[in-house]
Design a protein around this ligand. Structure first.
Ligand code: ADP
Length: 449
């Protein structure tokens, strides 16, 4: 097992990883930017190193500084968390070259899944169902795109091959807007990922976003865990997740779980990852992408299975054998996660950084809070707006919702606008309470557009 792990991240996930390390008896090194000196992850870690100025490119994305921090502090492994360098093949490669274990899959697995077109191709070969599409990058001045879109059938969606966080996507309903959508998606993709390539696929109407956690060891054993339903999204970004999904029957769970496991086997996946699918009205499912890291929403799976995914991830990276057997995993109850962002829901979700005054976060039976904020903490404007995750667990969906409603009423974050009131509206909505909702739920039922 590792002796000392450097956490190349910040915020709630850095705190989560430090906690897992502590339970495993591993020492921890936090890295931080100049504005993050007072951050919770710095306080929780055994050691900390400042790696650069406020902007992420100078600090949390600064590979030479991070590697130097690991070497100076004597760490033997690096945990990248999510976002930042977590899916960066070059970083994984540099870590290994410097004798530091990268806590994640091999650089080959990251590479294969990082390019969405290549990933879709590989999935097709492995017998995993995929959305019908262009099978390669497209360009606005290629006259063939019109016939292609017609064959796929409108509406189609133009997506970035390097995509992430819902960026670089355009839905196209007719021929007239196709070229324009391609150019817009390319511009957005270039700005967000430095790669303008886009492809086209069928837009699945009223889809449900269902994903499966997978785990793998270096001896070739893989497992999948019960699904997460992440259909409640704003601009293709997840806001609420739940497990299990009210949409998924036991037989569909098995079928999709096995497809997820096939995806993991196809890339010889080691540690933890997620296979994302879209499910249409008829219950047909399609591979969308694989995330080769721990996800924001991992706690709901931890609650319903009793498995500590971050500890598993570290153990698998250290070369331990996988002990999870999918068929033996029981669903212990129902869990929901609400992402509380420092954004103003009444002003088109503009970020709301600043100093938190009084802070009361909920507790009591069935409530877990993953956060890095505290009373008097100043939320810097430079990073992600996620400030807390409220996770509710109950014997069934109804209890989990009721507990979340109760918890949301207890939230008090003085001076910082946040999304807790939006979550209360979602929890109170009749459509949500009835069962699984599709990805257009927020725009249709909450914002009424
Ligand atoms: P990202 O990597 O940016 O998160 P994904 O491929 O995971 O992008 O897609 C994010 C979301 O966009 C999905 O959860 C879904 O809501 C929507 N989406 C993506 N592809 C399609 C599609 N073919 N049909 C319908 N919705 C889609």
């Amino acid at each position: 097992m590792f002796k000392k792990v450097l956490i190349a991240n910040r915020g709630e996930i850095a705190c989560r990883i430090i906690r897992a390390c502590r339970e495993l008896g591993i020492n921890t090194v936090a890295i931080h930017s100049e504005v993050d000196r007072e951050s919770m992850h710095v306080k929780l870690a055994d050691q900390s190193v400042c790696v650069g100025e406020a902007s992420a490119s100078d600090s949390y994305l600064n590979i030479p500084s991070i590697i130097a921090a690991a070497e100076i502090s004597g760490a033997d492994a690096i945990h990248p968390g999510y976002g930042f360098l977590s899916e960066n093949t070059y970083f994984a490669e540099v870590c290994e070259a410097c004798g530091l274990k990268f806590i994640g899959p091999s650089k080959e697995s990251i590479e294969k899944m990082g390019d969405k077109i290549a990933a879709i191709e590989l999935m097709k070969k492995s017998g995993v169902p995929v959305v019908p599409g262009s099978d390669g990058p497209i360009s606005a001045d290629d006259p063939k795109i019109f016939a292609m879109a017609k064959k796929i059938g409108y509406p189609v969606i133009v997506k970035a091959t390097a995509g992430g966080g819902g960026k670089g996507m355009r839905i196209v309903t007719s021929e007239e807007t196709l070229q324009n959508a391609i150019v817009m998606a390319q511009t957005e993709a270039k700005a967000a990922f430095g790669n303008p390539d886009v492809y086209m696929e069928k837009y699945i109407e009223e889809p449900h976003h269902i994903e499966f956690q997978i785990l793998g060891d270096k001896y070739g054993k893989t497992a999948y865990l019960p699904e997460r339903d992440c259909s409640i999204q704003r601009r293709h970004q997840k806001l609420v997740e739940e497990s299990p999904s009210p949409l998924i029957s036991e037989s569909l769970r098995k079928k999709m779980g096995k497809a997820a496991r096939n995806a993991a086997v196809a890339v010889k996946y080691v540690t933890v990852g997620t296979v994302e699918f879209l499910v249409d009205k008829k219950g047909h499912f399609y591979f969308m992408e694989m995330n080769t890291r721990i996800q924001v929403e991992h706690p709901i799976t931890e609650m319903v299975t009793g498995i500590d995914l971050v500890k598993e991830q570290i153990k698998l990276a250290a070369g331990e054998k996988l002990s999870v057997i999918s068929e033996k995993v029981k669903i212990l109850g129902h869990a929901i996660e609400c992402r509380i962002n420092a954004e103003d829901p009444d002003k088109d979700f503009i970020p709301s950084p600043g100093k938190i005054g009084k802070l009361y976060l909920p507790g009591g039976p069935g409530i877990r809070i993953d956060t890095h904020v505290y009373s008097g903490y100043t939320i810097p404007p430079f990073y992600d707006s996620l400030i807390a995750k409220i996770i509710s667990f109950g014997a069934d969906r109804n209890e989990s919702i009721t507990r979340m409603q109760r918890a949301l009423r207890e939230v008090e974050i003085e001076n910082v606008k946040n999304t807790s009131s939006l979550h209360a509206k979602i929890m109170n909505s009749e459509q949500f309470r009835k069962g699984s909702v599709s990805t257009d739920f927020l725009s249709k039922h909450i914002f009424g557009k």
